[in-house]
Design a protein around this ligand. Structure first.
Ligand SMILES: NC(=O)c1ccc[n+]([C@@H]2O[C@H](COP(=O)([O-])OP(=O)(O)OC[C@H]3O[C@@H](n4cnc5c(N)ncnc54)[C@H](OP(=O)(O)O)[C@@H]3O)[C@@H](O)[C@H]2O)c1
Length: 312
């Protein structure tokens, strides 16, 4: 499918004319970066938005800005926190935006379930959250789920043989890339299983945007990414977006009528992406390994017992 929006469209522009009054959204990681602009655009269109964040005080500004925005504590890497969040949720949920993420933790770390932390946060926590909130999604009329992936997914398929780097040396970027492949597979898996409840799910890559996401990167890595000069100053290449532009594809998928009934797909720059062979070369598109229904089912079966375990 195509939309009238290009890569420079902002989240507000994408939702112009869309009335979300009476609709309820949950945005993980909504207290910073792209999540904040996602919350702003959805709330400005009339939605009630819950910001899920490790520190709800970080959302004080958003809560003050919009009367229909509230903040709740959620640590996606902590199964107890996910369980408590789901148990406290009541009423329908129209839009689940799986936006929170961590990138390139320098050392291999594990959460309480024994999962590598980037995978546990970016993928497993969101999978548990979606499972825990399934009754709320079903209660809504044609609910939507959006997962935030990244162009980094093009660099690594999900490694079913060694997902937590127990046999091979830990590599911070590969761990991030795998988790972002898993986020696309999560959207494909939700679409395959929950379409019968009227739920649709899509994944997106927001592009390149300066945010707190790079907090774990050293200066050499920032320079290699073209995001820093030799003096340690941030640089902004022309392909970078503002956070308002970076949140556009997210809200397109979460709330635009253009996406009615569409699911199981991957978008970037407000357009559906072509399927490409992943590897070191492609800079855009969705890797065949991320959109593969067989891999989506395999990952679902692999992770579901752990994700459900977090909720019991
Ligand atoms: N910026 C880019 O260029 C870019 C490119 C491709 C993809 N993305 C994706 O876009 C999404 C948003 O990232 P961003 O750029 O807006 O970065 P960001 O400003 O660092 O936002 C990430 C959010 O995730 C939250 N988070 C991290 N660990 C969490 C946990 N264990 N439980 C709950 N929340 C947690 C953070 O909350 P705290 O404040 O509690 O740390 C933060 O609010 C991420 O999924 C990222 O992978 C970004």
């Amino acid at each position: 499918m195509t939309t009238p929006f290009g890569m420079r469209a902002t989240a507000t522009e994408v939702l112009e004319g869309t009335d979300l009054t009476g609709r309820r959204a949950l945005v993980t990681g909504g207290a910073s970066g792209l999540g904040t602009e996602t919350v702003r655009a959805l709330a400005a269109a009339g939605a009630h938005v819950t910001v899920a964040t490790r520190d709800p005080r970080a959302a004080d500004g958003l809560v003050a800005e919009f009367p229909q925005v509230r903040a709740e504590a959620l640590d996606l890497a902590d199964p107890d926190s996910v369980r408590a969040f789901c148990a406290a949720w009541s009423g329908p949920l129209d839009m689940l935006v799986a936006n929170a993420g961590v990138m390139m933790l320098p050392d291999r770390r594990f959460n309480a379930q024994g999962w590598e932390t980037q995978l546990a946060t970016n993928y497993l926590g969101h999978f548990s959250l979606a499972l825990g909130l399934l009754p709320a999604l079903r209660e809504a009329d044609r609910a939507r789920v959006v997962t935030l992936s990244s162009g980094a997914h093009l660099r690594a398929p999900f490694d079913f043989d060694d997902p937590h780097f127990e046999r091979r040396p830990y590599d911070a970027f590969t761990a991030y890339a795998r988790s972002k492949t898993a986020d696309v597979l999560l959207a494909v898996g939700i679409q395959r299983r929950w379409a019968e409840y009227g739920i649709t799910a899509n994944a997106c890559a927001p592009g390149w945007i300066h945010t707190n996401l790079t907090r774990h990167l050293d200066q050499a890595t920032m320079r290699a990414f073209g995001a820093m000069d030799e003096h340690g100053e941030l640089v902004t290449p022309d392909y970078y977006k503002t956070p308002e532009q970076g949140a556009a594809t997210t809200v397109l998928l979460a709330a635009s009528p253009l996406l009615d009934g569409i699911g199981g797909r991957y978008f970037e720059d407000n357009q559906e992406s072509p399927v490409v062979d992943g590897g070191p070369e492609p800079m855009a598109g969705v890797a065949r390994w991320s959109i593969d229904p067989v891999a989506a089912d395999r990952l679902w079966e692999y992770a579901q017992p752990v994700a459900l375990g977090a909720l019991s």
